[in-house]
Design a protein. Structure first.
Lengths: 364, 296
């Protein structure tokens, strides 16, 4: 008798007879709440603790609103000038990486695809490094904040195109070649970045190390304003392609038979992932595993339907990066751990567990 | 309904044969597929069956010649409109992602949905399509965990669901073509028969079916018409009993056969002859009487 209401609750939550699946709307609401919570937390927590009321009052101040909480002007500056840009950058970069990962996995019909694994992040990092080391000579002493994201974007796009062209045979994408080409390209861009490191002076070296390990520490309003348009455009286009990406999972030929323009879709996905990953890398360096982990975690509860998976990945990627960045700057405060180390340290073991748990359902 | 006019396809890349001419995968193939007809496409491995089906579906542009759907070149159809008219079941398709069987079938509604989500109507059509291939009981199972034959049936249901034009009554008059590339591989005898019966009822409802097969008896039993391809050329075109003679089969498949007649079957059964059995004109076709076929 006690069992039946429990079963009823469980079926309401899941909404489908497929084991493990949950209702998409419920999951998305929970993820949105998680993102909001993580966002608030990263505004409040740090070397200086700011109470929730004071965070709200600080956020309301530039909007011209006065809330009933008294707030220290120094706290307002901490929240608005330091933590807000950083949190916004975490949201944008995390969402960008996770959605790029999910879209690339659909494009290559392989759950292993990830901007970092395919050399996209490597290409972006190489071009960003080039801009740092040779930027003074190429773009003048004080280049605009858009130069770096633009270079990283071009690098990411080139890397994606090279890997994708390598893996094309008779209109089909050969997955093995794809992953190996990504591996080779990663080695190549790694060597290039290494050469630039060798040629760099001390100040450039510090910036380069920052790229390679990944950090949101450089966030400020200009950088957020510089990368936000790239990321927002890429995210919107990718989210709108969700239905087409579902059909693409059947195979390129099958998607064509279902009336999709596969070449155009492929081009759109390649450009947008390069845009999102490139801008993300430009602002925060190479951050691994978010693009792999978020879609994989969500497929367990949502299934592969991109109409739910892509927005879910955006929210989960954003909250993962917010929380990882929170850890990065509080664990050894007042010093900071590089963000890329945290995401890899936490992401890799979780990913291994997912792989082992799900290996039975892999067909190849 | 679907017309192939002098289709030729050159082998891609450096496929030049000894005499310096490029090897042809299809060589001057012409035929008209009529509505209401199931046509079986037969031929040895590498004869060009899949290439022909790819040309007819628009996936491959022929080197010369053209494909007309309802009198209009295939390339002139809007891709979405074409997808509602021509459904293709490919030979090899794998899905690495944990879709349920029903979700795979629902993807067949993509050309009907456009940007919107599948409606309750689409769900109903998908469920019916899955039921028609005897797959209701695994509707909620994950596609990658199904057996090869079950996956094949789900894919067939997806293509049927793609061509379902209900509730528009005027859609009945529109051309609908089903192209099946070896749909029986991996199916048990019962589901082989069931799949071909589905193809026949699709044709009976005014559609056209072109199906590549390896089993000559299945072709003889279910097809209204047989096309035989060899080395890219159309060798024969006609009703199965007229085309599938031991002489043609030996010429195309390099295999000696017997055509066995049985009173309870409307067409002969084709049986391959072991090499050691001598075969003369007299024995190449004989009749089994009913008592001989059913020993008591």
């Amino acid at each position: 008798m006690i069992g039946s209401p429990l079963i009823a609750v469980r079926t309401t939550l899941r909404g489908s007879a497929t084991p493990g699946r949950m209702r998409p709307r419920l999951v998305l609401c929970a993820l949105a709440a998680l993102t909001l919570f993580a966002f608030g937390l990263s505004l409040a927590v740090g070397v200086v603790s700011v109470g929730p009321g004071q965070v709200l009052a600080s956020l309301a101040r530039p909007l011209g609103l006065t809330l009933p909480w008294a707030v220290d002007p120094q706290h307002v500056s901490v929240v608005l000038d330091l933590r807000l840009p950083r949190a916004l950058l975490a949201v944008l970069t995390g969402a960008g990486l996770a959605v790029s990962g999910a879209a690339l996995q659909a494009l290559f019909r392989n759950p292993l695809a990830d901007p970092a694994l395919l050399g996209v992040s490597g290409g972006a990092a190489l071009f960003a490094a080039g801009a740092i080391v040779a930027g003074g000579a190429l773009f003048g002493a004080t280049p605009s904040p858009l130069v770096l994201p633009a270079c990283a974007f071009v690098g990411g796009l080139l890397a994606t195109l090279v890997v994708w062209r390598c893996a094309q045979a008779r209109g089909r994408t050969v997955t093995g070649v794809l992953l190996l080409a990504g591996l080779a390209l990663n080695a190549l861009t790694g060597a290039g970045t290494g050469l630039l490191t060798f040629a760099a002076n001390d100040a450039q070296l510090r910036s380069l190390t920052f790229w390679n390990l990944g950090s949101l520490g450089g966030a400020n309003r200009e950088i957020v304003a510089g990368v936000a348009p790239f990321l927002v455009v890429a995210l919107v286009v990718l989210l709108r392609s969700a239905g087409a990406l579902n059909a693409l999972l059947l195979g390129e030929a099958e998607a064509g038979h279902l009336g999709l323009d596969v070449r155009r879709l492929t081009r759109r996905v390649v450009v947008c992932t390069a845009l999102a990953a490139g801008a993300g890398v430009a602002a925060a360096g190479t951050i691994g595993f978010v693009g792999l982990l978020a879609p994989h975690l969500l497929r367990l509860v949502l299934g592969p339907d991109h109409r739910a998976l892509l927005p879910g990945s955006a929210l989960l990627g954003a909250s993962l990066l917010l929380l990882a960045d929170l850890l990065a700057r509080t664990i050894v405060a007042p010093a900071e751990l590089p963000l890329g180390i945290i995401t890899a340290l936490l992401g890799a073991p979780v990913f291994l567990v997912l792989l082992v748990r799900g290996r039975a359902t892999w067909s190849a | 309904m679907l017309r192939a006019e002098q289709l030729s396809v050159r082998a891609p890349g450096r496929g030049a044969s000894g005499d310096g001419r490029a090897r042809l995968l299809l060589d001057d193939v012409s035929f008209t597929q009529r509505a209401g007809e199931v046509t079986a496409l037969l031929g040895p491995n590498g004869a060009g069956k899949s290439t022909l089906l790819r040309c007819l579906s628009g996936a491959l542009a022929p080197s010369t010649g053209s494909v007309l759907l309802a009198g209009r070149p295939l390339a002139q159809w809007a891709s979405c409109e074409r997808a509602r008219r021509v459904g293709v079941l490919s030979q090899h398709s794998t899905i690495n992602f944990p879709f349920t069987a029903l979700e795979v079938v629902l993807l067949g509604r993509t050309p009907h949905c456009g940007a919107r989500r599948p409606s309750a109507h689409d769900h109903r059509i998908a469920r019916e399509a899955l039921a028609s291939v005897d797959g209701e009981h695994f509707a909620d199972q994950l596609f990658p965990t199904l057996s090869g034959g079950e996956q094949q049936r789900v894919q067939l249901a997806r293509v049927l669901c793609q061509l379902d034009e209900r509730p528009q009554p005027e859609a009945r008059t529109q051309p609908r073509v089903l192209l099946l590339d070896e749909p029986l591989s991996g199916l048990d005898l019962c589901h082989q028969q069931a799949s071909l019966r589905l193809a026949r009822s699709f044709a009976a409802a005014g559609g056209a079916v072109l199906v590549s097969l390896h089993d000559l008896n299945q072709a003889a039993q279910h097809a209204h018409r047989v096309l035989v391809l060899q080395a890219g050329r159309l060798q024969a075109d006609g009703p199965p009993h007229a085309v599938l003679t031991p002489a043609l089969i030996e010429r195309v498949f390099a295999t000696r056969t017997l055509a066995l007649h049985h009173a309870s079957l409307p067409h002969p059964v084709i049986a391959a002859l072991p090499d050691e059995v001598p075969c003369t004109e007299a024995t190449s076709s004989f009749t089994l009487s009913r008592p001989a076929a059913v020993p008591s």
